[in-house]
Design a protein around this ligand. Structure first.
Ligand code: 5GP
Length: 128
């Protein structure tokens, strides 16, 4: 089944300027802003400007310019946040929750960048 983008989702409204946000970076391809309910001292969401629901939707249908632009934006945001291990930062985690099993709340692709504290294991193990 093809993706159908809901242009009334909260991030679409943020992109249109209908809802305020705490922007940390913006260019032609991406907008990055602080999560309204941060789960770590650093918690930023990076979204593409195009109407993509999930990472696979974006990866399979976005133009090469959009894919490069979005990926580079994530790199620039990591540098801005000072979390890159290659530049003295303590590290971070990127997460793109997807669909029902991934517990995605907002149906516009977003990459969480989390850092500023020890983040623990990626997922709870089945035998924990
Ligand atoms: P998901 O579960 O879809 O990966 O995460 C959605 C994220 O969006 C959550 O971490 C939530 O706190 C954040 N969020 C939801 N609504 C808003 C909003 O209006 N503004 C901001 N900045 N973040 C939001």
């Amino acid at each position: 089944m093809a993706y159908v983008y809901d242009d009334q989702n909260i991030f679409a409204k943020i992109l249109r300027g209908e809802i305020p946000n705490d922007t940390v970076y913006e260019d032609d391809y991406a907008l990055a802003f602080r999560d309204i309910q941060p789960q770590a001292p650093v918690h930023v969401l990076v979204i593409p400007k195009g109407p993509y629901v999930t990472y696979d939707h974006f990866a399979n249908t976005a133009s090469e310019a959009e894919i490069v632009g979005y990926t580079r934006a994530i790199g620039k945001v990591c540098a801005f946040l000072g979390v890159e291990p290659g530049n003295g930062g303590r590290g971070y985690r990127t997460i793109a929750n997807t669909g029902e099993a991934g517990v995605q709340e907002v149906p516009h692709l977003h990459t969480h960048i989390l850092g500023g504290r020890m983040l623990g294991r990626m997922l709870k193990r089945f035998d924990d």
